[in-house]
Write a protein of this length. Sequence first.
Length: 459
Amino acid sequence: MTGFDLAALLAERSGERYALHERHLNHQLPRMLRTLGFDKVYERAEGAYFWDAEGNDYLDMLAGFGVMGLGRHHPVVRKALHDVLDARLADLTRFDCPPLPGLLAERLLAHSPHLERVFFCNSGTEAVETALKFARRATGRARILHCDHSFHGLTTGSLSVNGEAGFRDGFGPLLPDTAVPLGDLGALERELARGDVAALIVEPVQGKGVHEAPPGYLRAAQDLLRRHKALLIADEVQTGLGRTGDFYAHQHEEGVEPDLVCVAKALSGGYVPVGATLGKEWIFRKVYSSMDRVLVHSASFGSNAQAMAAGLAVLSVIEHDQVVAGARATGEMLRSRLAALTERYELLADVRGRGLMIGIEFGRPRSLKLRGRWAMLQAARKGLFAQMVVGPLLRRHRILTQVSGDHLEVIKLIPPLIIGEREVERFVTAFTAVMDDAHEGGLVWDFGRHLMRQAVANR
């Protein structure tokens, strides 16, 4: 034994956290957190809450960008990980067929009755990379279609189908791709008519801006794709496992059966990175067409025992505790409470979403006084007002949220799926107080002036 003591190391060096990041990691992260007033020090976490050193609790309405579907440190997932470590399994030998991957695949496919096989990897972007490769191999075509404003990951393949130029700039050349507007069947059909499209990849509810595919679009797109012998890939990395009030978001529309489905995030239980690409039998047989091609697509840490155990525990909790139905009911409660405020606040333009994936959009006010302030913010940088709301929610009300994308006046709520009426009440009360302050010209605008100065300085 080396005498390594993790608790002692953390006790000794924890106060250096921001300095360590500045010296050795992404040096812009500490700068950004300090600018936004997000440079908090959280000591511990459980469920939907964090606590700081003074014992103050913070409500988490971000869930680690959707990773913490069951909240932090769920006891069932913790026990499963302790059990798998204590079992000392012969893991990742590469030349056996351990039971846990098969069991997790079986459990996932039970929620995906039109799909037959699963590939396990380590993240959402790897799940998307897998889907892109499988689609190209299965169809013999190279071009992938994606939707404007999409987000599918940041590795080279997934970046090729990322609808945000800010992420793509400086990293080309990328894979052959074409963006089409979400919901525009005419644009989709024109691209398919060229005969070189392997697949369309789509988020049933886009994470950026929280825009849902229009009713009927996914089914109609599926029909067009099949007519042109192309595939439908559903990116459910954020929307899957109950986030939108069904196990998958594409299940809200009858008859939609994607050829490939990508999941990750919440499947991890917040502990061990895991991703999965589910697909049809014939696609997998095209990829793994002979014994010579048995490892033509693989992942070194894919199907590791800890990740598989976490995934099995997560699905067990989702099924036993009726988490999907709970997310649907709580999400409707939260969305309806917030939507009712649109008549009260002229700066509040829209509240939309499904289940516990909700977008709160702000827009140009009617009154002359507020219109002038709004115009100043927009001139400095679009998206500052949404950040003006996010900042006080954290600093004054101890609620963690996020702006739903660069240059967007939208806050996205993706809390742990286990929240209930207590958390809904706390958020709505705090949000109402911040909006009251904004309409009365209070401290929210002082924070806005700070953000404007930073936006101008960073140009």
